[in-house]
Each structure stands twice: as structure tokens, then as C-alpha cells.
Design a protein around this ligand. Sequence first.
Ligand SMILES: CC(C)(COP(=O)(O)OP(=O)(O)OC[C@H]1O[C@@H](n2cnc3c(N)ncnc32)[C@H](O)[C@@H]1OP(=O)(O)O)[C@@H](O)C(=O)NCCC(=O)NCCS
Length: 139
Amino acid sequence: MKTKITQLSASETWILRHNVMWPTKPLDYVKLPKDLEGTHFGLWKDEILVSVVSLFIEDGSAQFRKLATETDKQGNGYGTALLSYVMQYASDQKVSKIWCNARTDKTSFYKKFGMIETDRRFTKGNQDYVIMEKVIWKG
Ligand SMILES: CC(C)(COP(=O)(O)OP(=O)(O)OC[C@H]1O[C@@H](n2cnc3c(N)ncnc32)[C@H](O)[C@@H]1OP(=O)(O)O)[C@@H](O)C(=O)NCCC(=O)NCCS
């Protein structure tokens, strides 16, 4: 399997985000107001983009958003490889923690990375979320 991880522009993430996460909404729904301030990453398999994620560093902590693997390519370790890479990248930036708004049905996936559920929960667009975080650098 020939895979590589590269940085992407925000617009390169949108179609995959849309296809995987919110296919019934307009494309604009998956564009984030802060997309231009983010650092975006993609995992390529045989020159095809199969997985994306976006990282936003603010006030010393890093939030990753919109982790998505092409639906028919899920379960092959691509999301794990990409998130591991991004956690290392965030750690190299010396942020104190990494966090995300996790879909509640994805918490076990994130727990494998050492992330823990906080008590902060919310619902948006019919989807339940819990904020999960991991302290990655204690200075
Ligand atoms: C969540 C998501 C990004 C994971 O991406 P992925 O590429 O499927 O991730 P992986 O293949 O690394 O891991 C998925 C599962 O396959 C398992 N897996 C990992 N490598 C594997 C391999 N080589 N063979 C078989 N299974 C494997 C993982 O253990 C994981 O199991 P879990 O879901 O029980 O934790 C993907 O399911 C997705 O895009 N979902 C829709 C969008 C979404 O919900 N995003 C997250 C919002 S919080």
C-alpha cells in the first residue's frame, strides 16, 4: 500500500468533508469560517485523497476538526495514521493539549489515542457531541 500524508489547502478538503460528513447539506455547510487560519492534512493512497483532517491552533491548544475518510475506504487504518500524524505535528508545535468535538458514536475511536471525554456535551444538526481532549505537552 503506497500512502503519504501532505498538507492541503482548505478548499482541497471540502469535497471529501462534504461527501463523508454532510452529503445532504449544501457544500457551503462544510466550509468553516476559520478554514483559512487552519492547517489541513490529507492522506493519499495511490495518489487519491482518501482521508482529511484540519487543525486549528489557538491560545496554546490545538483543535482538530472534520476528520473524514472516504466512506468506502474506512476501516483500513487511514484515519488512525492521519490522526497520529496530526497529534505528532501538534506536539511539535508545543501546544499544551489537543481536543475535538467528537461525535458520541466515535468516542471509542478517539480513546485509542489517549483522549478522554470531558463533561462538556452538546447537540448540533441532530448529532450529539462530546468534547474530548488529551494533554500532550506539559512544558
Ligand atoms: C471516524 C473516521 C474518520 C475513521 O476513519 P478510518 O479511516 O475509518 O479510521 P481507521 O480505519 O483508522 O479506524 C476505523 C476503525 O477501523 C479499525 N482499523 C484500523 N486499522 C485497521 C485495519 N488495518 N484493518 C481493519 N480495521 C482497522 C480501527 O481500530 C477503528 O476501529 P473503531 O472504529 O472500533 O475504533 C471515519 O469513520 C469517518 O470518516 N467517519 C465519518 C465521519 C466522522 O464521523 N468523522 C468523525 C467525526 S467526530
